[in-house]
Design a protein around this ligand. Structure first.
Ligand code: ATP
Ligand code: MG
Length: 664
């Protein structure tokens, strides 16, 4: 490093507040700071602006009907169609522009550009084909597909005919597919023969078929041929109730399907949450509220404009992909990218290669990916011209300041604002984050709630906590993108999200509080730091410590790539802090380094948080969506039998870690 670099590094490390650049603010979709006050004064009418981003068939009567909390209704009696909003209305101006840029696994260079006209054609054909198969309005169609263009095509085809979709992440097991199809009474499945993973063809239909065996009712399946002749090796024959996607599309070539008028409150889709914490929940999202919310947040937070080439690296199998690859960006008529593959194949510069090749203007990714990029080193992004980027975003987990600053510097060249967006499957879209053209950024803190949202950090009694103290995040007013219920289970909906802080006998909306089950703290400026799920809070000698806070202190140590903290039973303290640590390439796993980590925690939080054990490990057990499975690490710390590891991306690592900690 040159002297200049060292100086820069030191300055970055100290800096706690970052202003968006003038160049960004000047062109931002939202740059008027008055929006916060204005939305508060005009609530709930402030959300008319979000609804105005859409084309309505029949305009709505009422912005919000809150007569029966927590079953709120938005934009009542309005009608619209999501596929019209995401495709048809852009045809005149943007028909020849790319709607979707698909970057496939680098096997046969078969990247695909779908213009809005192409997308229109394919969605119509798919809609006609599905309808001919018998799919009617309100029939749930399940999709079990990797990141191939047929996935958004099928989703939008369903939206066109008013059939809610339920997308099951392709990495999930056969069992997970069966559970979700049974729960949703879904009689239709769209899947594919296989796909590529790190260059190798992978059999997917085999897994889908195994899942179908567990489905309790008759089904029709449509199978996309992704592998072409390479898939012949798997020797699949389609059964009588299985149809070839390509043949169906050919049979319906040139078909046009009149979009079905959907009520604003009609279900657009069902999404089962990933189940990090237990039995999957069928989250119901609606047509009017959800689409308004994702369009508005895409515009205000991601700063999307039609001429952008926007890149979100998530999988459409998660809510992030639904809201911010498909619905939000397409509703705004922009070019949205989707890529199939992994960030380290064929090399660790895969994402940067894509950003450069396509001139991506925004990048929206996850902290777990950013920490991996950081571990691999800046030489990978440095090989590429990333100057097309204007804004960066993260979602999925808290991001520690060190990773935030690395992202800001090495990917954004200190010119792009970083939006750290807190939200959930249940909220439909972003909730807590900075408006990038208005607010300063504080690394490690997601930011204030978006305008028009009433978020409080409270204690167990529901009273607001002092700034700086850990509490529970709650949302006190409804918003258009919120889930409406858990599919066919209103009771569990109330129990899971409302019972904790609401007077459930009351019909006054002021008595109803949404509880997302996350811990958080707030600072004097109203910036919120999300600490993680409530069950990730430890009780050490009567002190409540967020695992995230301790992890953040640990990953702040030079040489640490990633960390997970859990509580192990302790005879005196109640719980003791166990820290699992991955070191960066080149860092020695020594006792001196252990001591350095312990000291960093003591400095940042206090001796109370001192880790009892620091365990070096090459990997952490992660769910398929990249979240650390702390429950397993806790079992290991406590010397317990290990529970189910089948939903993990890397189950083999668990036994390795167990041996290190428990011995044989
Ligand atoms: P399940 O609810 O089934 O256990 P999940 O909560 O992992 O699964 P998601 O809805 O995808 O499923 O994740 C939402 C959660 O992710 C939030 O409740 C929060 O804990 C975490 N999260 C998301 N974004 C952020 C962020 N920017 N900062 C901190 N935490 C975040
Ligand atoms: Mg959750």
């Amino acid at each position: 490093m040159s002297d200049e670099d060292v100086e820069l590094e030191a300055r970055l490390e100290e800096q706690e507040v970052f202003e968006p650049s003038d160049a960004f603010v000047e062109q931002a979709n939202v740059s008027d700071a008055g929006i916060y006050e204005e939305f508060e004064e005009e609530w709930p009418e402030c959300w008319e602006g979000a609804a105005d981003l859409l084309d309505w068939e029949e305009s709505y009567d009422q912005v919000l009907d809150d007569s029966n909390p927590p079953f709120y209704e938005w934009f009542t009696d309005g009608t619209l169609n999501a596929s019209t909003n995401c495709i048809d209305r852009h045809l005149d101006e943007r028909g020849d522009e790319a709607a979707i840029e698909w970057v496939g696994e680098p096997v046969d260079e078969d990247n695909v550009t779908l213009t809005y006209s192409d997308l229109h054609e394919k969605v119509n054909e798919a809609a006609a084909a599905l309808r001919d198969l018998g799919v009617g309005e309100d029939d749930v169609v399940t999709m079990y597909m990797p990141m191939i263009p047929e996935l958004p095509i099928a989703m939008l085809a369903c939206a066109r005919i008013g059939a809610p979709h339920s997308v099951v992440f392709a990495g999930f097991s056969a069992d997970a597919l069966a559970t979700r199809m049974n729960s949703a009474d879904s009689e239709y499945l769209v899947t594919c023969d296989g796909y590529y993973r790190r260059g190798d063809p992978l059999d997917h239909l085999d897994k889908a078929n195994e899942g179908l065996e567990g489905v309790e009712h008759d089904t029709d399946t449509v199978v996309v041929d992704r592998l072409g002749r390479n898939g012949d090796d798997f020797g699949h024959d389609l059964a009588d109730d299985q149809h070839d996607w390509g043949e169906l599309m050919a049979d319906h070539e040139g078909a046009e399907v009149e979009p079905v008028d959907r009520d604003a409150e009609d279900m657009l889709f069902l999404m089962y949450t990933s189940g990090t914490t237990g039995k999957p929940k069928g989250v119901k999202h609606t047509t009017g509220g959800y689409l308004s919310w994702t369009a508005w947040t895409s515009q205000a937070v991601l700063d999307i404009k039609p001429e952008d080439t926007y890149f979100c690296s998530a999988d459409i199998g998660w809510i992030t992909g639904h809201s911010y690859i498909v619905y939000g960006p397409l509703a705004l008529g922009t070019t949205t990218m989707m890529y199939e593959g992994t960030p380290d194949h064929p090399d660790r510069d895969r994402l940067w290669e894509i950003v450069e090749d396509y001139g991506a203007t925004q990048l929206y990714t996850a902290p777990t990916a950013i920490r991996a990029f950081m571990k691999w080193g800046e030489e990978y992004p440095d090989q590429h011209d990333l100057s097309s980027l204007r804004l960066l975003g993260t979602v999925g987990e808290p991001i520690n300041p060190r990773a935030w600053k690395w992202y800001y510097k090495h990917i954004g060249n200190e010119e792009c604002p970083v939006v750290d967006t807190w939200w959930q499957t249940e909220t439909g879209g972003m909730m807590v984050t900075t408006l990038p053209g208005v607010k300063d950024m504080k690394p490690g803190s997601a930011g204030p709630p978006l305008p028009g949202l009433d978020v409080q950090i409270v204690d167990t009694n529901g009273d607001e906590v002092e700034p700086g103290r850990a509490g529970y995040l709650t949302v006190n007013k409804p918003w258009p993108g919120m889930l409406r219920t858990l599919y066919k289970n209103d009771e569990r909906f109330i129990e899971e999200y409302w019972a904790e802080y609401s007077d459930t006998d009351s019909s006054d909306p002021d008595d109803w509080v949404y509880f997302p089950e996350d811990g958080a703290k707030i600072d004097e400026d109203g910036y919120i730091t999300v600490l993680g799920r409530v069950d990730d809070v430890l009780n050490v000698s009567g002190h409540r410590l967020g695992t995230m806070e301790i992890e953040s202190a640990i990953v702040g140590v030079e040489g640490v790539a990633e960390a997970a903290v859990v509580g192990g039973d302790h005879p005196v303290k109640g719980e003791a802090v166990y820290a699992y640590v991955i070191v960066e390439d080149g860092q020695e796993e020594s006792d001196e380094f252990r001591a350095e980590i312990v000291e960093a925690v003591e400095d940042a939080i206090g001796p109370i948080a001192r880790p009892e054990q620091v365990i070096f490990t090459p990997e952490l057990p992660k769910t398929r969506s990249g979240k650390i499975m702390r429950r397993l690490l806790e079992d290991i710390a406590n010397g317990e039998e290990l529970g189910n590891t089948s939903t993990l991306r890397n189950p083999e690592i668990v036994e390795d870690i167990r041996q290190v900690v428990q011995g044989d």
